[in-house]
Design a binder for this molecule. Structure first.
Ligand SMILES: [Ca+2]
Ligand SMILES: [Ca+2]
Length: 442
């Protein structure tokens, strides 16, 4: 809604304001305290050179674009600077000669991510060739002739190892929580007990949470747990928790990472029988959609989907194809892949680690451009740690090239992604600097 109206306003106003003033190639750091402009309360259409700096704490978001719109035009059309504005800007408390003079945006906040973890019986009963050293299944290593293959492990064993790695790796950059589905005390004693989920989640979102998280989930060598796959109840509880977080302490973006080895069942509307709760749950997609739309008017919550060895085949118990079900969940969650498998479907432990590490890395290197996004008629230049970055298209960013790309397709762009080495550099230094520069008008 905001995007549409902003875009409309910009298009409607273009003819009134043309030619727009040009401005200097580069902007000096504006001093947020002394840079009072001759601001009329206005649309910000002249704010064509705006700073954002992740290293600065000054200023407030959403206050960009406060120069005048008193009809300033570059009458002599030779210096690229609005004649009326140039005079006025010269009068303003030491501001450099800019098209705009606005506070820097605040430092990006760490994202909040709930790991929504499948703790169903199959995670502890089914084993897999986690390191892919025995594709023919004869018990002999395919890699080292004559040597026995490594023993298969449970899927939970692999998931636990991956969670341990990523929780430690991202401990200082991401606020993590964990939701198990079903709950720790679920059992196969009754259909109800097979589907119970704890709410709030077992591990509340918090910074520096790795040790707490690992102490609160079943251990890697656990073999005796049972239960269904109440993913919808898990997602609902995790979304409730994210919405309830303090907006100031947890000001970053909010995400759920659903990691599962099968299609969701345990529908809240199911008949209370084992056959009933074993059927695919049609409600999961709707709940994920609701979270993305902004639960109770709150910020959108993305759901990212990682499957553990999901087969593309009809499942008689679910009465559905689990791969198709998870494709639908990924589509609804806001960050689906393209193609036949639109979620990350890991067939071994390395792929599971790569998928989860990649997704959390991507989230932590996605930087918002302020409440109103990028102003119209501007280009964006970014520097990490003092080095200018190349703008990339999204596919080059996905492939790990160094640089940045927009994280969204529509204008005004609301956020950017740092890609490849640029993401690593930002994570190491925390220094991101950016400028919106005006596109010179003819
Ligand atoms: Ca073999
Ligand atoms: Ca093996």
């Amino acid at each position: 809604m905001t995007r549409t109206s902003t875009k409309l306003l910009l298009s409607l106003s273009l003819s009134l304001l043309a030619p727009l003033a040009g401005c200097d190639d580069r902007c000096e750091h504006p001093d947020a305290e002394s840079c009072t402009t001759d601001a009329d309360t206005d649309t910000g259409l002249h704010a064509t050179s705006i700073m954002l700096s992740a290293g600065m704490e000054t200023g407030e978001p959403g206050t960009t674009g406060m120069t005048d719109t008193t009809g300033a035009t570059d009458i002599d059309a030779t210096d690229g600077v609005s004649d009326t504005d140039a005079t006025e800007t010269g009068e303003t408390d030491g501001c450099p000669e800019l098209c705009g003079c606005v506070p820097a945006l605040p430092r990006p906040e760490p994202p909040s991510i709930v790991l929504v973890l499948d703790k169903s019986g199959s995670m502890f009963v089914k084993t897999w060739d986690h390191d892919h050293d025995d594709l023919d299944g004869d018990g002999i290593s395919d890699l080292v002739p004559g040597q026995p293959a490594t023993p298969e492990v449970t899927r939970w064993n692999s998931l636990h190892r991956v969670v341990e790695t990523i929780a430690n790796d991202f401990d200082d950059r991401v606020s993590l929580g964990a939701q198990l589905f079903p709950a720790l005390d679920a059992s196969s004693a009754s259909p109800e007990l097979a589907c119970v989920v704890d709410s709030p989640p077992e591990v509340a979102v918090a910074p520096g949470n790795a040790a707490t998280l690992l102490a609160s989930i079943p251990s890697a060598d656990e073999l005796a747990l049972a239960g269904g796959t109440p993913a919808e109840r898990g997602i609902a509880s995790a979304a409730d928790h994210l919405v309830a977080l303090d907006d100031v302490e947890f000001a970053g973006s909010k995400h759920m990472l659903l990691i599962t080895d099968g299609g969701a069942n345990c529908s809240v509307d199911a008949e209370p029988s084992f056959a009933g709760v074993s059927l695919a749950d049609p409600k999961l997609v709707a709940t994920v959609e609701e979270a993305l739309a902004g639960w109770g008017g709150d910020a959108p919550i993305e759901t990212l989907v990682v499957g553990i060895d999901i087969e593309d085949a009809y499942d008689d118990t679910l009465q559905a194809n689990p791969l198709e079900l998870l494709n639908e969940v990924a589509d609804a969650g806001g960050r689906a892949l393209e193609g036949e498998e639109r979620f990350y479907n890991a067939t071994d432990e390395d792929q599971l680690l790569a998928a989860i590490e990649g997704l959390i890395g991507e989230i932590s290197c996605t930087i918002p451009l302020g409440e109103d996004g990028q102003p119209g008629f501007t280009t964006l230049e970014l520097e990490v740690d003092g080095e200018p970055l190349a703008e990339l298209d999204a596919s080059a960013c996905d492939d790990g090239a160094a640089g940045w790309s927009y994280a969204d397709d529509l204008e005004p762009h609301m956020s950017v992604r740092l890609c490849g080495a640029a993401c690593e550099q930002f994570k190491a230094s925390g220094e991101l600097h950016g400028e919106f520069n005006c596109v010179p008008q003819p």
